[in-house]
Design a protein around this ligand. Structure first.
Ligand SMILES: CCCCCCCCCCCC(=O)SCCNC(=O)CCNC(=O)[C@H](O)C(C)(C)COP(=O)(O)OP(=O)(O)OC[C@H]1O[C@@H](n2cnc3c(N)ncnc32)[C@H](O)[C@@H]1OP(=O)(O)O
Length: 155
């Protein structure tokens, strides 16, 4: 299985996203991958916050950062799952690109900033152009946030 990040398969015109665009030097440049655990096939991304990603209390991450990480990991996971369902490598034509139609986030506890964050995704349904993605963010073995996304493939 390819170790190329999902986002690195995006065509150049889709690579300027603040959260995950490889061509956005001011962005977060999130990278997502397949992650095979014993029982399930997840997607995974890691992000280490900078001190300026704080949410007011210096030790804790800004909620908007957390939502951004879930957002970009979710759409990338949707695209990866859709390619996989079609038996195609990511980035092959015709291009499949998903955008966020809805994203809900539950912030379960303050998210400490000193260690890397782990974002997991699971595409639980693919139906027509619509993907439903379950998301989580944890650090220090503590679950800090969960999310649910509806992503829709661009026509
Ligand atoms: C820019 C390029 C970047 C591409 C590169 C991406 C890089 C990473 C992006 C990071 C993530 C983002 O921030 S993305 C940016 C933030 N998101 C956006 O700007 C999206 C804005 N919204 C839209 O453009 C539109 O509303 C769409 C594309 C989402 C849907 O419009 P549409 O194409 O006309 O499709 P439509 O027929 O309405 O919907 C298709 C199916 O999805 C369902 N559906 C639609 N919206 C919802 C919803 N909120 N909640 C539940 N379900 C929904 C419909 O019921 C239908 O289901 P059924 O009847 O078929 O069952």
């Amino acid at each position: 299985m390819s170790k190329q990040a999902f986002q690195d398969s995006y065509p150049a015109e889709f690579s300027h996203c603040y959260g995950c665009g490889r061509d956005n030097p001011h962005g977060l440049q999130l990278k997502s991958y397949w992650h095979l655990s014993a029982d399930k096939e997840h997607t995974i991304a890691h992000f280490t916050p900078k001190p300026y990603h704080t949410g007011g209390v210096p030790d804790n991450a800004y909620g908007g950062l957390i939502a951004s990480l879930l957002d970009c990991h979710g759409t990338a996971s949707a695209a990866a799952a859709a390619y996989k369902a079609q038996g195609r490598d990511m980035g092959t034509a015709p291009i499949l690109r998903f955008v966020t139609a809805s994203l809900s986030v539950d912030f379960l506890r303050p998210t400490p900033m000193e260690n890397k964050l782990t974002i997991l995704g699971e595409v639980i349904q693919l139906e027509g152009r619509k993907a439903t993605v379950k998301l989580s963010l944890s650090t220090n073995d503590q679950l800090c946030a969960t999310g649910t996304m509806i992503a829709v493939a661009l026509k």
